[in-house]
Design a binder for this molecule. Structure first.
Ligand code: CMC
Length: 429
């Protein structure tokens, strides 16, 4: 909403001063509305969007300095403690937590969509067996756009809702099959007597000859990982989904674009990178030498630092508690890899290099350890992040499409290439 404040911009070359309104949200810093700035014939320059709000949103709020994260106004700590993941999905999509009846209805809708069209299995089979599961996810989720022609009118709110339900329901099935295909295991099917997290574990690990007995502590830990990764306002992958969707593109194709962006090691690939780093360090004896390399900027300490949180990532605090529960349940506290992770965490939290730069462990530091303890292979960490984040992506996509002021996203640039020049004939070059 507009405040009575204005920001005046003066030029040192005799142009008129321009005034720009200051807008205030319900939480967070005020923003300068620069939409009239274009009248100057200039653009603003902000690579990496460090000082730019790309949209207005009512879904998620982060205060990076205070280390706070709210979904629709609810603190993440309370949601992780009191709700299951599907309640959180309902909240993100609809703006309010469900009543018991709404929750039962929502769970049923998600269950109804969790199977894949049988032809999808042919799509999986087009990939090499050794393909990274994220490559398979990008392809298979993109391929969903070739199905479901019955509900692809993005101007129809009901069609958008059905697409959202399909995505939330099918992503665990797709992720589990990407893993099974890589392992040469037969495809598996969801079981509707299980919860969302239990079902994922069942689809990952059951075989035709042996049922997977789900440990409730592990299912709860996974459900928490899903909740903590469900949304994170305008991060790189969500912004990618919004930008792709701003052209009116198919929702499944937009989510595939989000998955592609998430794959990078600075974003969703970090939890995988944490485990690779632990393997590289090898043992607690090598930590001091490794830390010196970090300080010499030869490499980064993966799972530390965040673009927005300059305080403890609130998701990391919850995940650390879950990490302790899971390692305790599985009797893994003395496992060398997990001991090494805890030694790294301790040193980094006490070392001036990290303290001065406000580098704290982020959610991926602990989620990688929890997933690894559950028995999930490292290559599946980012697919799990993707399946959990799908609800955030689709909620942002839906918010954008239903905004009457929505425009195609089209950033400008500061061009520093060659000035105009003429093409010489090939023989003259
Ligand atoms: N290890 C060592 N030094 C670091 C690290 C790190 N993980 N992260 C930042 N720094 C240093 C960086 O070198 C710089 O030092 P200096 O001031 O001396 O030049 C300073 O801290 C500020 O870093 P920055 O690059 O300006 O920070 P950023 O906001 O651009 O980067 C980040 C954020 C997440 C990309 C980065 O911290 C990083 O690469 N971390 C490791 C990867 C990781 O864990 N990513 C997961 C993020 S959480 C999941 C999600 O929400 O997607």
């Amino acid at each position: 909403m507009e405040t009575n404040k204005k920001v005046a911009l003066t030029f040192n070359e005799g142009r008129d001063t321009i005034e720009m309104p200051v807008l205030a949200g319900t939480l967070g810093p005020e923003v300068v509305d620069i939409r009239t700035f274009g009248k100057t014939g200039m653009f603003t320059f902000d690579p990496g969007f460090l000082a730019t709000a790309s949209c207005e949103s009512k879904i998620t709020f982060i205060d990076g300095d205070l280390g706070q994260l709210y979904y629709r106004g609810y603190p993440i700590e309370q949601l992780a403690e009191r709700c299951d993941y599907l309640e959180v999905c309902y909240l993100l999509m609809n703006g309010e937590l469900p009543t018991p009846a709404q929750k039962a209805d929502f769970d049923k809708k998600i269950l109804r969509h969790n199977m894949l069209n049988d032809q999808m299995f042919t799509v999986f089979k087009g990939f090499r067996r050794d393909a990274h599961p994220m490559a398979v996810m990008v392809g298979v989720v993109g391929a969903l756009s070739a199905f479901y022609h019955d509900s692809l009118d993005i101007t129809d709110p009901h069609h958008r809702e059905v697409s959202a339900h399909r995505l939330i329901a099918k992503l665990p099935t797709i992720a589990a099959q990407a893993y099974r295909y890589n392992k040469g295991l037969p495809f598996s099917y969801p079981k509707n007597g299980l919860t969302y997290a239990e079902n994922f574990l069942h689809m990952m690990f059951s075989t035709p000859c042996e049922e997977y007995v789900v440990n409730p502590v592990l299912a709860r830990a996974l459900d928490r990982i899903f909740t903590l990764h469900a949304d994170h306002e305008q991060n790189a992958s969500t912004s990618t989904v919004r930008l792709a969707g701003s052209s009116g593109a198919n929702p499944f194709a937009c989510i595939a674009a989000g998955i592609a962006c998430l794959w990078g090691p600075s974003h969703g690939g970090a939890n995988e990178a944490v485990l690779k780093m632990l393997d590289e360090i090898g043992s607690v004896d090598n930590v001091a030498e490794f830390m010196q390399g970090v300080k010499d900027k030869r490499y980064k300490l993966m799972g530390f630092g965040h673009r927005v949180y300059k305080n403890m990532d609130p998701r990391a605090a919850i995940m650390k508690q879950t990490c302790d529960e899971v390692l305790g349940e599985l009797g893994l506290q003395d496992d060398p890899k997990f001991k090494l992770a805890m030694a790294l965490e301790k040193i980094a939290l006490e070392d001036p290099y990290f303290i001065e730069r406000k580098l704290y462990p982020n959610v991926d530091f602990y989620s990688g350890i929890v997933l690894s303890a559950i028995g999930i292979p490292v290559s599946m960490f980012t697919p799990i992040f993707a399946l959990a984040r799908t609800v955030g992506w689709i909620s942002h996509w839906n918010e954008m499409i239903s905004d009457p002021q929505q425009k195609i996203g089209r950033p400008r640039q500061l061009y520093t290439g060659s000035p105009r020049r003429d093409v010489q004939q090939l023989s003259d070059r």
